[in-house]
Design a protein around this ligand. Sequence first.
Ligand code: SF4
Ligand code: SF4
Length: 430
Amino acid sequence: MQTSFTTAQLADPEIAVANDILRSCVHCGFCTATCPTFVTLGDELDSPRGRIYLIKDMLENNRPAGDEEVLHIDRCLSCLSCMTTCPSGVNYMHLVDHARVHIENSYKRPFADRLMRDVLARILPHPKRMRAALGLARLGKPLAFLLPGESMLAKRLRAMLNLAPERLPAAQSLGGTVHKAVGETKGRVALLAGCAQQAIAPSINNATISLLNRLGIEVMIPAAAGCCGALVHHMGRHEAALAAARRNVSAWGAETLDAILVNTSGCGTVVKDYGFLLRNDAMAGQAAEISAKTKDISEYLLKIYEPTQLAPEITVAYHAACSLQHGQQITSAPKLLLRKAGFNVVEPKDAHLCCGSAGTYNIMQPEIAAALRRRKLDTLKAKAPDVIAAGNIGCLTQLAGDGIPTVHMVELLDWMAGGEKPAALRGAEH
Ligand code: SF4
Ligand code: SF4
């Protein structure tokens, strides 16, 4: 694609990157067919190619974002299915991230929109605040239908309340803890515990730590490490995202580690990109090293996992989180591990399509998210599974509550390696 940035514009390193990305797009449109928002809405401007044109026009003309760009870029899930499809290697992720920063810096959103985004940015990255908010949301959940009107605010509030779990698990606070290997120590890793995950499903971290320890791996969670920054990054809050990345790079960089493990693939995609995010920072070298050492839990387990028993007859529908299959290009490891543990693994039709979770997307874009959730659940349930497994807490929350238990794949692997049976399966006949 031809671009017409001036020499002065190209002196800005962020614009130079955007220019290179735009020029790599050959307008072929292959990406439209696999884009969940285009598939759902049928509007070219809600396809990757359409958004690329909008971003190009906005940046080339060096003008503030307008209503049209904000509408269509906000509707993008950042699922990165387009990057998997693109034959030309267009780095849509870096382009849309840059567009979001441009929007954040140049567009004044309506008051209710700003308020909602502020509240989410102040609560979700902090497990204790998140837990308190979930407690309130749980109390308000039965009254969600009373929220008046069909305004976007009412729909978002209803979506937020509906996401609250029926029961709130015990509080988890893993910062500053070290979990020794059982028997001989064969490795030492840091675990990114995840913000929402600690509040909603502490069993995922418990299973991860228990499994790694039994496989001879010491697990530590530095007190200074915290939220990966994904949430604010996807809101275009660049400085807040950089601050989160610097804090984590510094915390993990101070330790002697074989790997930094992530069991929330949405976070893993961002941590693996710290090297790019901090490329112009004093910590650039350290950030690149941390990114290179970061692994999804399934990647790491692939080399060391050994079940101690074979699974009972359970059909597991594996839902591939976008951040794992498109963001990190990890497609086979989770299925290989589940099969090694003896589970019967099935996959839904159109597995490349997002379930609609996408960070805060299911709150901010409740209608599209609900349509994608329904589609995903229908395709998963068509395989008659006993349980749905995924590698990302956002997807598990999005797909919960429709009659099929949802578990993190590591909970199933831990169970077959001598750990506890996942709570979601207790009471079932296996
Ligand atoms: S990231 Fe996903 S929703 Fe956004 S343009 Fe690409 S395929 Fe479409
Ligand atoms: S598939 Fe790639 S090259 Fe083709 S239009 Fe989409 S982003 Fe551009």
